[in-house]
Design a protein around this ligand. Structure first.
Ligand SMILES: [Zn+2]
Ligand SMILES: [Zn+2]
Length: 403
């Protein structure tokens, strides 16, 4: 069977949100999105773990609430300021890992994403020893991605590198960009939302589809390792061009620079501002392939905006949270079953019977990659325009501004 999974999210304990967020809310919205498997996030936090354990354990380390399955996941920050995603095989392994890192993690009972005073390789060793899967979270993130600190995955995980099976692409990248880098060819790419908010515009804004025999941790682990016939079959994410630091640009006036120009000017813009290196240049410096080349096991990558964003454009609404957008979204979900069906597989003829022609056209242009990207840079968000919106000037999108 093919399942859609979002394996990186956060409980209210990561940002200390006042609004209560529950696993039940994540589960209900996952169903509307078309997601069968979620990571619990924050499973090292004792109160969140208590909530997880209220759910039914249907298989070792696999929990269920209504139609959604959960596996135990957490994000940790190591001493080198790098974020890692950890997938635990069961509650016993989670407890054991917690006990091992407790002496190095004073905030482990307070913060959903604990800070551990161990280097990446040492933290990975503990994770692997309890049977967990670990890999770099949002690898290309300019603040806490492993490449901000290390030249390579090998530098980051050292002797533990052979036990690393995945990297998380994160919002800053996609398969095309990541596969320019030779050392990444051997890893499975995960696309996850990293959301702190269960709203369907955030949850599963990025997700991975896997071929598995059933939706359980063990089957997922085989898929990530590409064993027993299990494997990832599709990555879906929002266009990385939207990111604030996609191109190299000045942080003050947002003037674009090539890497060469910026180095010539010692990263000082003529306006006096500082030039910030963009993700594309970080990747190009490491790249072995131009254009990108993909290893044989690599699945397709599809770029989509969340359906709320597309509806906002189609109906010229001010933002994706208006009643109109919400009503139109629910209408489509009721008819086509869920958001993933609506975006990925409903025939455009069926879409055009329900909504305005512009809706079917917009979804069609994402499927065929004919949307236009206007890359961000220097702290300014990029944007995406659908062909019928040209040549109107488009506002930046809101899907990344808050998580
Ligand atoms: Zn993170
Ligand atoms: Zn400037």
């Amino acid at each position: 069977m093919i399942i859609s999974a979002d394996l990186h999210l956060h409980s209210p304990y990561t940002k200390r949100l006042d609004t209560p967020i529950s696993l039940q809310q994540f589960s209900l919205n996952a169903k509307l999105k078309g997601i069968q498997l979620l990571g619990t996030g924050d499973c090292l936090h004792p109160r969140w773990m208590q909530e997880i354990q209220q759910l039914t354990e249907v298989d070792s380390g696999t929990y269920q609430y209504e139609d959604t399955r959960f596996v135990l996941t957490a994000e940790i920050e190591t001493k080198d300021h790098i974020h890692h995603l950890v997938l635990f095989p069961d509650a016993t392994a989670t407890t054991e890992f917690r006990e091992r890192i407790k002496p190095y993690a004073p905030d482990i009972s307070k913060h959903g994403r604990p800070k551990i005073e161990l280097m990446s390789a040492d933290a990975a060793e503990h994770a692997v020893e309890v049977g967990a899967l670990i890999g770099p979270a949002h690898l290309f993130d300019t603040f806490s991605g492993a490449y901000t600190k290390y030249d390579s995955i090998q530098d980051c995980y050292q002797h533990m590198t052979p036990s690393i099976h995945f990297i998380e692409l994160g919002l800053a990248s996609n398969t095309y960009l990541a596969d320019k880098i030779n050392e990444l060819h051997k890893f499975t790419f995960l696309s996850n939302s990293d959301t702190h908010n269960p709203h369907p515009i955030r949850l599963a804004r990025e997700f991975t589809q896997f071929k598995v025999k059933k939706p359980t941790f063990n089957e997922l682990a085989f898929a990530i390792k590409r064993q027993n016939g299990n494997k990832p079959v599709l990555n879906v994410g929002i266009p990385p061009e939207e990111g604030k630091y996609f191109d190299t640009a000045c942080k003050k006036c947002h003037m674009r620079y090539s890497f060469y120009q910026a180095s010539e000017q010692q990263w000082k813009c003529s306006c006096g501002g500082r030039i910030k290196q963009g993700v594309t240049d970080v990747i190009d410096k490491k790249s072995s392939y131009r254009p990108s080349q993909h290893p044989i096991h690599r699945p397709q990558y599809a770029s989509f905006l969340p359906l709320h964003e597309i509806i906002t454009r189609v109906y010229h609404e001010q933002n994706p949270f208006t009643n109109r957008v919400n009503e139109e979204w629910h209408k489509l979900i009721n008819i086509f079953g869920n958001e993933i069906n609506t975006l990925l597989s409903t025939p455009t003829e069926d879409l055009s019977k329900i909504g305005p022609a512009a809706l079917a056209e917009a979804i069609h242009s994402f499927r065929n990659a004919t949307v236009h990207f206007h890359p961000g840079g220097g702290g300014n968000y990029g944007s995406v325009t659908i062909p019928w919106e040209e040549p109107q000037l488009k506002i930046g999108l809101s899907s990344k501004k808050e998580t």
